[in-house]
Design a protein around this ligand. Structure first.
Ligand code: PLP
Length: 475
Protein backbone atom coordinates (compact mmCIF):
# COMPACT_ATOMS: atom_id res chain seq x y z
CA UNK A 1 0.00 0.00 0.00
CA UNK A 2 1.32 3.39 -0.95
CA UNK A 3 1.51 5.54 2.18
CA UNK A 4 1.01 8.75 0.18
CA UNK A 5 -2.18 7.40 -1.23
CA UNK A 6 -3.28 6.49 2.27
CA UNK A 7 -2.46 9.96 3.49
CA UNK A 8 -4.68 11.37 0.75
CA UNK A 9 -7.52 9.14 1.75
CA UNK A 10 -7.20 10.14 5.36
CA UNK A 11 -7.32 13.78 4.37
CA UNK A 12 -10.52 13.18 2.49
CA UNK A 13 -12.00 11.25 5.34
CA UNK A 14 -11.24 14.11 7.70
CA UNK A 15 -12.81 16.68 5.42
CA UNK A 16 -15.72 14.34 4.92
CA UNK A 17 -16.21 13.91 8.59
CA UNK A 18 -16.29 17.65 9.14
CA UNK A 19 -18.89 17.96 6.43
CA UNK A 20 -21.04 15.09 7.56
CA UNK A 21 -20.82 16.51 11.05
CA UNK A 22 -23.20 18.99 9.44
CA UNK A 23 -24.45 20.74 12.46
CA UNK A 24 -22.10 22.90 14.49
CA UNK A 25 -19.12 21.02 15.94
CA UNK A 26 -20.11 19.69 19.29
CA UNK A 27 -17.21 19.52 21.69
CA UNK A 28 -18.50 16.06 22.58
CA UNK A 29 -18.03 14.57 19.07
CA UNK A 30 -16.31 11.27 19.97
CA UNK A 31 -14.33 11.39 16.71
CA UNK A 32 -12.40 14.31 18.10
CA UNK A 33 -11.26 12.12 20.97
CA UNK A 34 -9.37 9.75 18.66
CA UNK A 35 -5.59 9.96 19.09
CA UNK A 36 -3.20 11.37 16.52
CA UNK A 37 -1.20 8.87 14.45
CA UNK A 38 1.99 9.70 16.36
CA UNK A 39 0.46 9.10 19.76
CA UNK A 40 -0.94 5.80 18.57
CA UNK A 41 2.47 4.74 17.25
CA UNK A 42 4.01 5.62 20.63
CA UNK A 43 1.89 2.94 22.31
CA UNK A 44 4.11 0.32 24.03
CA UNK A 45 2.60 -2.47 21.89
CA UNK A 46 3.76 -0.73 18.73
CA UNK A 47 7.10 0.73 19.68
CA UNK A 48 9.00 -2.51 19.21
CA UNK A 49 7.15 -3.30 16.00
CA UNK A 50 8.04 0.14 14.73
CA UNK A 51 11.68 -0.87 15.16
CA UNK A 52 11.16 -4.06 13.13
CA UNK A 53 8.82 -2.95 10.36
CA UNK A 54 9.59 0.74 10.05
CA UNK A 55 7.60 3.95 10.22
CA UNK A 56 6.02 4.13 6.74
CA UNK A 57 4.27 0.77 7.05
CA UNK A 58 3.12 1.35 10.62
CA UNK A 59 1.89 4.83 9.78
CA UNK A 60 -0.26 3.38 6.99
CA UNK A 61 -1.66 0.77 9.34
CA UNK A 62 -2.31 3.32 12.11
CA UNK A 63 -4.09 5.69 9.70
CA UNK A 64 -6.27 2.85 8.49
CA UNK A 65 -7.20 1.83 12.05
CA UNK A 66 -8.05 5.45 12.88
CA UNK A 67 -10.09 5.81 9.69
CA UNK A 68 -12.06 2.73 10.59
CA UNK A 69 -12.64 3.93 14.14
CA UNK A 70 -13.74 7.32 12.82
CA UNK A 71 -16.17 5.69 10.40
CA UNK A 72 -17.72 3.54 13.07
CA UNK A 73 -18.10 6.57 15.34
CA UNK A 74 -20.02 8.51 12.71
CA UNK A 75 -23.23 7.34 14.26
CA UNK A 76 -22.12 8.21 17.80
CA UNK A 77 -20.76 5.94 20.53
CA UNK A 78 -17.61 5.79 22.57
CA UNK A 79 -14.15 6.08 20.96
CA UNK A 80 -12.17 2.84 21.38
CA UNK A 81 -9.48 2.87 24.06
CA UNK A 82 -5.90 3.44 22.89
CA UNK A 83 -5.04 -0.17 23.76
CA UNK A 84 -7.71 -1.46 21.39
CA UNK A 85 -6.50 0.79 18.58
CA UNK A 86 -2.92 -0.35 19.10
CA UNK A 87 -4.19 -3.94 19.12
CA UNK A 88 -5.96 -3.37 15.81
CA UNK A 89 -2.79 -1.98 14.24
CA UNK A 90 -0.76 -4.86 15.57
CA UNK A 91 -3.27 -7.45 14.31
CA UNK A 92 -3.38 -5.85 10.87
CA UNK A 93 0.40 -6.00 10.72
CA UNK A 94 0.29 -9.68 11.68
CA UNK A 95 -2.25 -10.40 8.96
CA UNK A 96 -0.03 -8.71 6.41
CA UNK A 97 3.25 -10.31 7.40
CA UNK A 98 2.51 -13.65 9.03
CA UNK A 99 2.05 -15.41 5.68
CA UNK A 100 5.59 -14.65 4.53
CA UNK A 101 7.89 -17.54 3.71
CA UNK A 102 9.39 -18.88 6.94
CA UNK A 103 11.47 -21.92 7.75
CA UNK A 104 9.50 -24.75 9.39
CA UNK A 105 10.36 -28.13 10.82
CA UNK A 106 8.68 -30.76 8.65
CA UNK A 107 7.76 -33.59 11.04
CA UNK A 108 5.17 -35.10 8.69
CA UNK A 109 7.54 -37.62 7.12
CA UNK A 110 6.37 -36.46 3.67
CA UNK A 111 9.72 -35.98 1.96
CA UNK A 112 8.52 -33.92 -1.03
CA UNK A 113 5.85 -31.92 0.78
CA UNK A 114 4.22 -29.80 -1.92
CA UNK A 115 3.05 -27.13 0.52
CA UNK A 116 6.37 -27.00 2.35
CA UNK A 117 8.53 -26.26 -0.66
CA UNK A 118 9.09 -29.80 -1.95
CA UNK A 119 12.83 -30.61 -1.93
CA UNK A 120 14.99 -28.99 0.77
CA UNK A 121 18.32 -27.87 -0.70
CA UNK A 122 21.65 -29.45 0.18
CA UNK A 123 24.26 -27.58 2.22
CA UNK A 124 26.32 -27.19 -0.95
CA UNK A 125 23.39 -25.72 -2.85
CA UNK A 126 22.67 -23.28 -0.01
CA UNK A 127 26.26 -22.13 -0.05
CA UNK A 128 26.14 -21.64 -3.81
CA UNK A 129 22.93 -19.61 -3.54
CA UNK A 130 24.55 -17.37 -0.98
CA UNK A 131 27.57 -16.79 -3.21
CA UNK A 132 25.43 -16.09 -6.27
CA UNK A 133 23.17 -13.66 -4.44
CA UNK A 134 25.71 -10.85 -4.68
CA UNK A 135 27.67 -9.99 -7.81
CA UNK A 136 28.53 -13.26 -9.47
CA UNK A 137 29.59 -14.76 -12.80
CA UNK A 138 26.04 -15.36 -14.04
CA UNK A 139 26.92 -14.13 -17.52
CA UNK A 140 30.60 -13.40 -17.24
CA UNK A 141 33.58 -15.42 -18.39
CA UNK A 142 36.47 -15.00 -15.96
CA UNK A 143 39.02 -16.36 -18.46
CA UNK A 144 38.32 -13.92 -21.24
CA UNK A 145 36.76 -11.14 -19.20
CA UNK A 146 33.94 -11.10 -21.70
CA UNK A 147 30.29 -11.85 -21.63
CA UNK A 148 29.53 -15.47 -20.77
CA UNK A 149 26.48 -17.54 -21.49
CA UNK A 150 23.99 -17.96 -18.67
CA UNK A 151 23.43 -21.59 -17.83
CA UNK A 152 26.24 -22.98 -19.97
CA UNK A 153 27.80 -24.81 -17.02
CA UNK A 154 24.46 -26.25 -15.95
CA UNK A 155 23.99 -27.56 -19.49
CA UNK A 156 27.48 -29.07 -19.54
CA UNK A 157 26.96 -30.72 -16.13
CA UNK A 158 23.58 -32.08 -17.23
CA UNK A 159 25.22 -33.57 -20.33
CA UNK A 160 27.91 -35.19 -18.18
CA UNK A 161 25.36 -36.57 -15.76
CA UNK A 162 22.90 -37.92 -18.29
CA UNK A 163 25.04 -38.63 -21.33
CA UNK A 164 22.52 -36.68 -23.41
CA UNK A 165 23.68 -34.72 -26.45
CA UNK A 166 22.35 -31.40 -25.18
CA UNK A 167 20.61 -29.91 -22.17
CA UNK A 168 18.73 -26.80 -21.14
CA UNK A 169 17.41 -25.63 -17.78
CA UNK A 170 14.41 -23.31 -17.36
CA UNK A 171 12.25 -22.11 -14.48
CA UNK A 172 10.18 -25.24 -13.86
CA UNK A 173 8.90 -28.30 -15.65
CA UNK A 174 5.63 -26.63 -16.62
CA UNK A 175 7.63 -23.86 -18.32
CA UNK A 176 9.79 -26.46 -20.09
CA UNK A 177 6.68 -28.07 -21.54
CA UNK A 178 5.27 -24.70 -22.60
CA UNK A 179 8.55 -23.94 -24.34
CA UNK A 180 8.67 -27.28 -26.16
CA UNK A 181 5.04 -27.07 -27.27
CA UNK A 182 5.32 -23.41 -28.20
CA UNK A 183 8.49 -23.99 -30.20
CA UNK A 184 7.50 -27.19 -32.02
CA UNK A 185 3.74 -27.59 -31.96
CA UNK A 186 2.12 -24.18 -32.32
CA UNK A 187 -0.97 -24.54 -34.55
CA UNK A 188 -0.12 -28.19 -35.02
CA UNK A 189 -1.16 -31.46 -33.42
CA UNK A 190 0.26 -33.23 -30.39
CA UNK A 191 -0.68 -36.85 -29.75
CA UNK A 192 -1.23 -37.83 -26.10
CA UNK A 193 -2.72 -41.00 -24.60
CA UNK A 194 -6.08 -40.49 -22.83
CA UNK A 195 -4.61 -42.09 -19.71
CA UNK A 196 -1.98 -39.35 -19.51
CA UNK A 197 -4.09 -36.20 -19.63
CA UNK A 198 -3.31 -35.51 -15.99
CA UNK A 199 -3.67 -32.58 -13.67
CA UNK A 200 -0.39 -32.12 -11.86
CA UNK A 201 -1.68 -29.59 -9.38
CA UNK A 202 -3.42 -26.25 -9.41
CA UNK A 203 -3.74 -24.92 -12.91
CA UNK A 204 -1.34 -27.36 -14.46
CA UNK A 205 -3.37 -29.71 -16.62
CA UNK A 206 -1.82 -31.26 -19.67
CA UNK A 207 -4.73 -30.27 -21.98
CA UNK A 208 -4.62 -26.67 -20.70
CA UNK A 209 -0.86 -26.42 -21.17
CA UNK A 210 -1.26 -27.58 -24.75
CA UNK A 211 -4.03 -25.09 -25.36
CA UNK A 212 -2.08 -22.24 -23.78
CA UNK A 213 0.89 -23.08 -26.01
CA UNK A 214 -1.34 -22.98 -29.09
CA UNK A 215 -1.05 -26.72 -29.80
CA UNK A 216 -3.97 -28.94 -30.76
CA UNK A 217 -4.47 -31.98 -28.59
CA UNK A 218 -5.14 -35.28 -30.30
CA UNK A 219 -6.24 -37.79 -27.66
CA UNK A 220 -5.68 -41.44 -28.41
CA UNK A 221 -6.72 -44.70 -26.79
CA UNK A 222 -8.92 -45.09 -23.74
CA UNK A 223 -8.37 -44.05 -20.14
CA UNK A 224 -7.00 -47.44 -19.15
CA UNK A 225 -5.65 -48.83 -22.42
CA UNK A 226 -3.79 -47.26 -25.31
CA UNK A 227 -2.09 -49.27 -28.04
CA UNK A 228 0.68 -48.53 -30.50
CA UNK A 229 -1.89 -48.74 -33.30
CA UNK A 230 -3.88 -45.90 -31.66
CA UNK A 231 -0.85 -43.64 -31.92
CA UNK A 232 -0.06 -44.83 -35.44
CA UNK A 233 -3.52 -44.10 -36.79
CA UNK A 234 -3.54 -40.60 -35.25
CA UNK A 235 -0.41 -39.48 -37.07
CA UNK A 236 -1.18 -37.11 -39.91
CA UNK A 237 0.18 -34.16 -41.87
CA UNK A 238 -0.39 -31.74 -39.01
CA UNK A 239 1.24 -33.86 -36.30
CA UNK A 240 4.08 -32.02 -34.57
CA UNK A 241 5.13 -34.51 -31.93
CA UNK A 242 4.15 -37.38 -29.67
CA UNK A 243 4.04 -36.50 -25.98
CA UNK A 244 4.36 -39.17 -23.29
CA UNK A 245 3.50 -37.94 -19.81
CA UNK A 246 4.19 -39.87 -16.64
CA UNK A 247 0.94 -39.71 -14.64
CA UNK A 248 2.92 -38.80 -11.53
CA UNK A 249 0.17 -38.49 -9.00
CA UNK A 250 -2.30 -41.21 -9.82
CA UNK A 251 -2.37 -44.81 -10.96
CA UNK A 252 -4.64 -46.73 -13.23
CA UNK A 253 -4.64 -50.32 -12.09
CA UNK A 254 -6.24 -53.47 -13.42
CA UNK A 255 -6.92 -53.95 -17.12
CA UNK A 256 -4.36 -51.52 -18.49
CA UNK A 257 -1.99 -51.21 -21.42
CA UNK A 258 0.49 -48.66 -22.69
CA UNK A 259 2.99 -49.30 -25.48
CA UNK A 260 6.66 -49.62 -24.53
CA UNK A 261 8.56 -46.35 -24.81
CA UNK A 262 11.00 -47.92 -27.29
CA UNK A 263 8.12 -48.88 -29.61
CA UNK A 264 6.76 -45.34 -29.50
CA UNK A 265 10.24 -44.01 -30.25
CA UNK A 266 10.41 -46.25 -33.30
CA UNK A 267 6.97 -45.16 -34.48
CA UNK A 268 7.80 -41.47 -34.03
CA UNK A 269 11.15 -41.93 -35.75
CA UNK A 270 9.55 -43.62 -38.75
CA UNK A 271 7.43 -40.49 -39.22
CA UNK A 272 10.29 -38.10 -38.41
CA UNK A 273 8.40 -36.81 -35.38
CA UNK A 274 10.07 -35.96 -32.07
CA UNK A 275 9.02 -38.03 -29.08
CA UNK A 276 8.90 -35.93 -25.93
CA UNK A 277 8.82 -37.67 -22.55
CA UNK A 278 7.67 -35.72 -19.49
CA UNK A 279 8.99 -37.81 -16.60
CA UNK A 280 7.86 -35.46 -13.85
CA UNK A 281 10.27 -36.45 -11.16
CA UNK A 282 13.99 -36.50 -11.80
CA UNK A 283 14.84 -40.06 -10.85
CA UNK A 284 18.19 -40.48 -12.57
CA UNK A 285 18.48 -44.24 -12.48
CA UNK A 286 17.48 -47.29 -10.53
CA UNK A 287 14.08 -48.28 -9.22
CA UNK A 288 11.69 -46.37 -7.01
CA UNK A 289 8.16 -47.71 -7.30
CA UNK A 290 7.12 -47.21 -10.89
CA UNK A 291 8.79 -43.84 -11.35
CA UNK A 292 10.38 -43.73 -14.81
CA UNK A 293 14.16 -43.41 -14.61
CA UNK A 294 15.88 -40.92 -16.87
CA UNK A 295 18.57 -43.34 -18.04
CA UNK A 296 15.91 -45.77 -19.28
CA UNK A 297 14.02 -43.03 -21.06
CA UNK A 298 17.18 -41.87 -22.82
CA UNK A 299 18.29 -45.36 -23.75
CA UNK A 300 14.84 -46.04 -25.18
CA UNK A 301 15.80 -43.20 -27.51
CA UNK A 302 13.37 -40.38 -26.65
CA UNK A 303 14.20 -37.13 -28.45
CA UNK A 304 13.58 -34.89 -25.46
CA UNK A 305 13.17 -35.81 -21.79
CA UNK A 306 11.72 -33.24 -19.38
CA UNK A 307 11.94 -33.49 -15.60
CA UNK A 308 11.85 -31.42 -12.45
CA UNK A 309 14.96 -30.02 -10.78
CA UNK A 310 13.43 -30.65 -7.38
CA UNK A 311 11.21 -33.63 -6.55
CA UNK A 312 13.43 -36.72 -6.65
CA UNK A 313 16.30 -34.81 -8.27
CA UNK A 314 16.71 -33.05 -4.94
CA UNK A 315 17.59 -29.56 -6.13
CA UNK A 316 15.79 -26.24 -6.66
CA UNK A 317 12.59 -26.03 -8.65
CA UNK A 318 13.62 -26.00 -12.30
CA UNK A 319 12.58 -27.56 -15.57
CA UNK A 320 15.35 -29.68 -17.07
CA UNK A 321 15.30 -30.68 -20.72
CA UNK A 322 17.83 -33.11 -22.15
CA UNK A 323 18.02 -34.75 -25.54
CA UNK A 324 18.87 -34.19 -29.17
CA UNK A 325 21.22 -31.32 -29.85
CA UNK A 326 19.37 -29.82 -32.77
CA UNK A 327 16.05 -29.71 -30.88
CA UNK A 328 17.58 -28.28 -27.71
CA UNK A 329 19.35 -25.59 -29.75
CA UNK A 330 16.02 -24.55 -31.28
CA UNK A 331 14.48 -24.39 -27.82
CA UNK A 332 17.31 -22.25 -26.48
CA UNK A 333 16.85 -19.72 -29.30
CA UNK A 334 13.08 -19.44 -28.88
CA UNK A 335 11.66 -16.22 -27.32
CA UNK A 336 9.75 -18.26 -24.73
CA UNK A 337 13.14 -19.50 -23.45
CA UNK A 338 13.99 -15.95 -22.44
CA UNK A 339 10.67 -15.56 -20.66
CA UNK A 340 11.18 -18.72 -18.65
CA UNK A 341 14.93 -18.54 -18.05
CA UNK A 342 16.17 -19.42 -14.60
CA UNK A 343 17.42 -16.76 -12.22
CA UNK A 344 20.88 -16.69 -10.72
CA UNK A 345 19.87 -18.22 -7.38
CA UNK A 346 18.28 -21.25 -9.03
CA UNK A 347 21.21 -21.51 -11.40
CA UNK A 348 23.67 -21.66 -8.53
CA UNK A 349 21.61 -24.19 -6.56
CA UNK A 350 21.21 -26.34 -9.65
CA UNK A 351 24.95 -26.34 -10.43
CA UNK A 352 25.71 -27.43 -6.89
CA UNK A 353 23.04 -30.16 -7.01
CA UNK A 354 24.38 -31.44 -10.32
CA UNK A 355 27.92 -31.52 -8.93
CA UNK A 356 26.67 -33.51 -5.95
CA UNK A 357 25.02 -36.04 -8.25
CA UNK A 358 28.23 -36.23 -10.30
CA UNK A 359 30.38 -36.63 -7.20
CA UNK A 360 28.65 -39.92 -6.43
CA UNK A 361 27.57 -38.68 -3.00
CA UNK A 362 23.78 -38.70 -3.34
CA UNK A 363 23.48 -38.79 0.46
CA UNK A 364 24.53 -35.15 0.47
CA UNK A 365 21.11 -34.40 -1.03
CA UNK A 366 18.53 -34.21 1.78
CA UNK A 367 15.75 -35.75 -0.35
CA UNK A 368 17.74 -38.87 -1.19
CA UNK A 369 19.18 -39.12 2.32
CA UNK A 370 15.73 -38.89 3.91
CA UNK A 371 14.23 -41.46 1.57
CA UNK A 372 17.03 -43.87 2.40
CA UNK A 373 17.32 -43.32 6.16
CA UNK A 374 17.50 -46.77 7.84
CA UNK A 375 14.47 -47.73 9.94
CA UNK A 376 16.75 -48.60 12.88
CA UNK A 377 18.03 -45.08 12.97
CA UNK A 378 14.50 -43.68 12.77
CA UNK A 379 13.42 -45.99 15.59
CA UNK A 380 16.30 -44.91 17.83
CA UNK A 381 15.44 -41.24 17.33
CA UNK A 382 11.72 -41.88 17.76
CA UNK A 383 12.36 -43.68 21.04
CA UNK A 384 14.36 -40.78 22.40
CA UNK A 385 11.51 -38.43 21.53
CA UNK A 386 8.89 -40.72 23.07
CA UNK A 387 10.92 -41.09 26.27
CA UNK A 388 11.05 -37.33 26.62
CA UNK A 389 7.25 -37.14 26.28
CA UNK A 390 6.45 -39.82 28.83
CA UNK A 391 3.36 -41.97 29.00
CA UNK A 392 1.37 -40.20 26.31
CA UNK A 393 3.81 -41.13 23.54
CA UNK A 394 4.53 -44.47 21.98
CA UNK A 395 6.67 -45.58 19.08
CA UNK A 396 5.09 -47.64 16.35
CA UNK A 397 5.57 -48.67 12.76
CA UNK A 398 3.84 -46.39 10.30
CA UNK A 399 3.73 -45.61 6.64
CA UNK A 400 4.74 -42.41 4.96
CA UNK A 401 4.42 -41.19 1.40
CA UNK A 402 7.04 -39.64 -0.81
CA UNK A 403 4.76 -36.72 -1.71
CA UNK A 404 5.24 -34.01 -4.30
CA UNK A 405 2.96 -35.85 -6.69
CA UNK A 406 5.38 -38.77 -6.85
CA UNK A 407 4.66 -42.43 -6.15
CA UNK A 408 1.03 -41.98 -5.11
CA UNK A 409 0.44 -45.62 -4.26
CA UNK A 410 3.87 -46.40 -2.92
CA UNK A 411 3.98 -46.71 0.87
CA UNK A 412 7.16 -45.80 2.62
CA UNK A 413 7.63 -47.95 5.74
CA UNK A 414 8.48 -45.65 8.60
CA UNK A 415 8.61 -45.41 12.38
CA UNK A 416 6.42 -42.78 14.00
CA UNK A 417 5.86 -41.39 17.46
CA UNK A 418 2.15 -41.48 18.23
CA UNK A 419 1.06 -38.99 20.85
CA UNK A 420 -2.24 -39.11 22.69
CA UNK A 421 -2.72 -35.57 23.93
CA UNK A 422 -4.07 -36.10 27.45
CA UNK A 423 -6.50 -33.35 28.36
CA UNK A 424 -5.91 -31.50 25.09
CA UNK A 425 -7.43 -31.93 21.66
CA UNK A 426 -5.09 -32.96 18.88
CA UNK A 427 -6.09 -29.75 17.12
CA UNK A 428 -4.78 -27.73 20.05
CA UNK A 429 -1.45 -29.55 19.90
CA UNK A 430 -1.17 -29.17 16.15
CA UNK A 431 -1.95 -25.47 16.19
CA UNK A 432 0.35 -24.97 19.18
CA UNK A 433 3.14 -26.57 17.18
CA UNK A 434 2.37 -24.31 14.22
CA UNK A 435 2.68 -21.29 16.50
CA UNK A 436 6.09 -22.41 17.82
CA UNK A 437 9.26 -20.71 16.64
CA UNK A 438 10.24 -22.29 14.28
CA UNK A 439 6.81 -23.75 13.52
CA UNK A 440 6.65 -27.55 13.64
CA UNK A 441 4.30 -29.26 11.16
CA UNK A 442 2.92 -32.71 12.00
CA UNK A 443 0.19 -35.12 10.90
CA UNK A 444 -2.81 -36.35 12.88
CA UNK A 445 -4.68 -39.60 12.74
CA UNK A 446 -7.86 -40.42 14.68
CA UNK A 447 -7.31 -38.00 17.52
CA UNK A 448 -3.58 -38.75 17.80
CA UNK A 449 -0.65 -36.60 16.82
CA UNK A 450 1.92 -38.36 14.62
CA UNK A 451 5.53 -37.29 14.45
CA UNK A 452 7.68 -38.84 11.72
CA UNK A 453 11.30 -37.87 12.17
CA UNK A 454 12.29 -39.03 8.66
CA UNK A 455 12.00 -35.46 7.39
CA UNK A 456 13.52 -33.81 10.47
CA UNK A 457 17.27 -33.16 10.39
CA UNK A 458 18.59 -35.08 13.46
CA UNK A 459 19.98 -31.89 14.97
CA UNK A 460 16.39 -30.62 15.22
CA UNK A 461 15.05 -33.62 17.16
CA UNK A 462 15.51 -31.76 20.45
CA UNK A 463 13.72 -28.75 19.13
CA UNK A 464 10.70 -30.90 18.21
CA UNK A 465 10.79 -32.48 21.68
CA UNK A 466 10.94 -29.13 23.45
CA UNK A 467 8.07 -27.67 21.41
CA UNK A 468 5.91 -30.70 22.21
CA UNK A 469 6.82 -30.63 25.89
CA UNK A 470 6.00 -26.95 26.16
CA UNK A 471 2.59 -27.31 24.55
CA UNK A 472 1.60 -30.33 26.52
CA UNK A 473 2.74 -29.01 29.88
CA UNK A 474 1.08 -25.63 29.29
CA UNK A 475 -2.41 -27.01 29.54
C1 PLP B 1 5.63 -32.28 -11.26
C2 PLP B 1 5.37 -32.49 -12.67
C3 PLP B 1 5.41 -31.42 -13.57
C4 PLP B 1 5.59 -30.00 -13.11
O1 PLP B 1 6.79 -29.75 -12.52
P1 PLP B 1 7.05 -28.27 -11.94
O2 PLP B 1 8.52 -28.23 -11.72
O3 PLP B 1 6.24 -28.18 -10.68
O4 PLP B 1 6.58 -27.30 -12.95
C5 PLP B 1 5.21 -31.69 -14.90
N1 PLP B 1 4.94 -32.93 -15.34
C6 PLP B 1 4.88 -33.98 -14.51
C7 PLP B 1 4.58 -35.33 -15.07
C8 PLP B 1 5.10 -33.80 -13.15
O5 PLP B 1 5.03 -34.83 -12.30
Amino acid sequence: MDPTHQAGRTGQAERGSRRTGGEPDRAGDPRRALPKVDSLLAHPRLVERLGVWGRPLLTTMARRALDEARASLAGGGQPPPLDALAGAVSDALDRLTSGRVRAVVNATGVVLHTNLGRAPLSAQALEAVKAAAGYSTVEFDLTTGERGKRGSTVSALLRELTGAEAALAVNNAAAALMLILGAFARDREVIVSRGELVEIGGEFRIPSILEAAGANLVEVGATNRTHLADYASAIGKRTALILVVHPSNYRIEGFTAQPALADLVELAGAHRLPLVHDLGSGLLRGRLGDEPALDESLSAGVDLAVFSGDKLFGGPQAGLVVGRGELVARLARHPIARAVRIDKLTLAALEATLLTHLSGRPDDLPVLRMLAVPLDELRRRAERLATGLGERAKVREGTGVVGGGSLPTERLPSVVVEITPLGLTETAVVSGLRAADPPVIVRTERGRVLVDLRTVPPEQDDLVLRSLQEIMSAR
